[in-house]
Design a protein around this ligand. Sequence first.
Ligand code: 1GP
Length: 240
Amino acid sequence: EYIFKDIMSSICLQEKLLAVLIDPDKFSIENIEGFIGKVNRSIATHVFVGGSTVGVNTTDVLVEEIKKHTKLPVILFPGDVTQITDKANAILFLSLISGRNPEYLIGKHVEAVSKLRKTNLEVIPTGYVLIESGKKTAVERVTGTSPMLRSNIEYIVDTAKTGELLGMKLIYLEGGSGAIYPISKEIVSRVKKSLQIPLIVGGGIRSKKEIEEAYSAGADLVVIGTAFEEDESFFDDLIK
Ligand code: 1GP
């Protein structure tokens, strides 16, 4: 149970965290070594692995390959039960609290338990809050839930706080992969002010400036996938 503790210690030391998201659907095994080399030389602190639509067993093989090339913790960010693999260090046990689809609030979780029992994965309960971000994203399509309106900040804050009060250890504000605009500074800062637990922010973040904006608004951990997939030279801006 050290991954969550380490996140907490970093936050106590006012350190900011960056996760590189690898979607098994979009990466081939052959490219992992080179890509992870860049991750290792960057300020990234975590590798997240997951996606909304991933073929069966792809995650397992991919995580194994990632682990060969990095010491960074690898955390599953699963879109589905089939993405659970013992090869990772931890799993974000995501409950989509912005939506009202019981499958993504509790159903998939019950399905996952028999698999989780057979692993040593550190399970980190996470309140997952999907917020509209300029386009219909895969999370919205796959889960059949509507994102929360950007304008309804009070409701977003209350939703995130509810996750904390239910005992979740992290809150993840999600704009969705490839979001047109990232979660606004105002939303991040209002949510952060109401929470005692760490805050993850992801979706549509594409530059060092946007990472810093998210941090200064209150994000403890920023997640980036698409920007690295589209242009690996982004890592050059993020060298340690
Ligand atoms: C998606 O929050 C993550 O689930 C990251 O989003 O791919 O837009 O960086 P991007």
